[in-house]
Design a binder for this molecule. Sequence first.
Ligand code: SF4
Length: 358
Amino acid sequence: MPDEAANIEPTLPDGEIVVGPWRLLLPRVYGFCGGVRHALHALEDALHRHPERQVWLLGDIIHNDTVNERFRRLGVRILENDHIDTGWTRASPEDLLVIPAFGLPLEVEQRVRESGLRPEQIVDTTCAYVKRVWTFVQDAAAQQRTILFHGTPGHPETRATLSRALTPQNAAILIPDPVAAEKVAAAIRLGSLADLTGCDVRNRDRVDLRRLAIANQTTMLCAETRAIENLVAAAVKAVGGDLRRAETLCRATQQRQDAALALCRRGCDLVLVLGGFASSNTTQLYRLAARHCPAYFIRNADAFTRHTIEHFRPETGKVENTSDWLPTLPGRIGLLAGASCPPDDVRAAVRKLQDILG
Ligand code: SF4
């Protein structure tokens, strides 16, 4: 597993920063996780050791535009999500292929590994926490269980894990949110697939509502994942079924959400959440913070001035501009950063806030 003890960036500011009558609050843990550090080091190492070779990245290395753009400038060819399945076949026999931290769908990974490239030409940066989920779902699939997977539709990790959760003999159901989970729980109690609105059912004719396993994407909202698991477990118990469950949230996600919750409970007038808009773990930090106070999900320090802020709303999938976003009276501003947010972005946001509030 990634070394989570190395999560806390020692040179980042910590705790509370006083800016005149304002207070900037920082959580105990934030920013890059061990899995992200591992992926970035592996890619940098490949570039360093093979400067003469073209490096292909099969999707974003992590969900952060600043980081991906830096690698693009270094000559790395990054395939868009829609082109991952076949785009890599354009690589020449001497090129390097890099599998990102989210992993690849099983059939794509198999084709890559059987393509004739030497093992040292394939750099696999898939996070160990993601692989732990794969082991669990593959084991459950081998037992022909129907796998319930709580994850974000379309996310590369969801695609990669679902591809391993399914065999010709079993089924899988993607549960995107608690509303869909209610439908699954009702289906289990009724023994009927009639209403699974909101769910994505794979191999429908193989669904077994009494022999199940439940897992989740590593970066979901912890409280929501637990609630979904408990809801399903109660339904399975009520019908005398059999449910396998495992801890499949990653430790870095839990640590950051615990720290974010503690920060929100210290009392904030608003919270800024820094990170890539496609980042699952950052989206969960935003959702968590928005339950406590006004929260703005921003890409980096360039997103705001004293008067306006450009921010992303995961609820609508839209980027918006808001004026007069700061509280009228000086107060407490919390700052959260996802596991894919570079330390430099956090420092830049702190400096900018010090500038505009000082
Ligand atoms: S957030 Fe978790 S699963 Fe994702 S790279 Fe970091 S440690 Fe791995």
